[in-house]
Every structure is written in C-alpha cells, then in structure tokens.
Design a protein around this ligand. Sequence first.
Ligand code: NI
Length: 273
Amino acid sequence: MITPTRFLAVVGCALTLLLASCATSPSGDGSALTRTTAAPSGPDAATPSRPASPGTSATPSPTGRAAPSVDCRKVKCVALTFDDGPGPLTGGLLDTLVRERVPAAFFLVGRMLRQHPEVARRIASTPGMTIANHTLSHPMLTRIGAAEARREIVGNTALITKVTGVRPRYLRPPYGLHNAAVDAVARSQGQAVVLWSAGALDWQYDKPGRIVEVTLPQIAPGAIVLAHDIHPWTVKAVPTLVAKLRAKGYTLVGLDDILGPTKAGRTYVRGRH
Ligand code: NI
C-alpha cells in the first residue's frame, strides 16, 4: 500500500525528472521526447502507427501511473486542444492538466515559441501532451499566396522540431482557413490538417463559467475542442470543464487516440466515435 508520504516522494521524483528533461538541449535526449518524434517517411505517408501515442503505450504518467489505453470507438472520447501559445499562462495550464491527468494538444505559433522556448520544451516532455503546428505568425493562409503560406507552415515545422525535438504531425491553419495549396504543404510536411468540432469561444467571452456553458452543448463523442492557452479565463475554466465532461461520461484523450491513424494533407474536424 502506498502511504501519502511515499506517494509524494514518487510525484516529487517524477517532477524532478520532468524538470531535468526541460533543461536538456533543444534536440532533447529524454525518452519522452524521442517517444514522440516519429515522423512519416515520405510526403504521402499516412501518419505513422501509434507507438508515439501516450494513451496507447505503457508510458508512466507524471504521477507514476501508466496511462490507460483508450479505444474511442468504444468509449465516449473528447480531446482538448489549445492554440496560439506557448505563453506565460501555459505552464499553469500544464500543471492543471497533469494534476487532473488530462492529455491535450498544443498548436504552437512560431513567434510565441521564440519567446517561450522553455515552455514548449516542457509541453514536449510532459507525457500525454501533443505538440502541433499553428504557423509561424498566425496569418490567414488563404490570403497570403502559396509561397508565403508554405513558408509559414514549413518554417514553423522546422522551428518546433529544432526547439522541442518533436516533429509535429498535425497542422491547424489559423482561423481554420485552408485550401488545396495549404493542404499540399501539410502533406509535404507529413501533417494532417486538424480543425475542431467545438469552439470554446474564449476569444469572445472572458468568464470561465461562460466558456464552460458555451462549450458543453457542442460536445458529442469524438469532439475536438478548440481553446486558447493565452487567456487567463480559459485556464481557469479547464478544471470545471474537465469535471463536467467526466460527469457526462466522457474520457479525455489526446489527438492520437481520438483521431486514430491519419493521412497527411487530409482534413479532420472530429475524431472517431
Ligand atoms: Ni489561432
């Protein structure tokens, strides 16, 4: 039987390991990093099978427990995704997600990543978290011309990979705006285009309670929730949102689990159910 003291020792040890892996070089040598770096072998390769998925392997979580395997065709799954960071609030959100054992995906913007590289590395080294591409400077990709759109996507892929050691396998075009040219670049980068089925509307509302209230009715099995880790009200809303989703019988999972195998360049709005 694990005594409270023993439990705290285990947690403390795991946190120490996390911090240690945050401090490694950008290429990273922690197992958490290498575990999530698998990339498609060619431009048209389907997203690789899922040894990289934290939810399907016996990866120890920060609390020392193995992450459960989840089949979203059998249980009601929902995935949380956070765009536009990393920012000053992302670390606090990560603390909450780890404490609540909630996987999540972070679609990083390059200009933010340059300001908060250590936060990006912490996301990358936290079991259950997925790093993804949200372009270098958050433009409307369909309005800036194909060459510039390519630079935004390819440049951020390279930046994320250099800083975190993780090559992103998902692209979310800002505002959900994409076209054939954008999809072709995503394909060339081995990235699926991942949109969302439920918007937290946290750019519109600034009260945690309102965000929960607006999000819940949009949730169905396989839902992908779009929120932003740059807003304090969003970070505050997460514990309540998670509790209410669980009370409705939902299992919170990462993108790998909810999407299953994906194809680079193809668009996904929701996950399996
Ligand atoms: Ni965005």
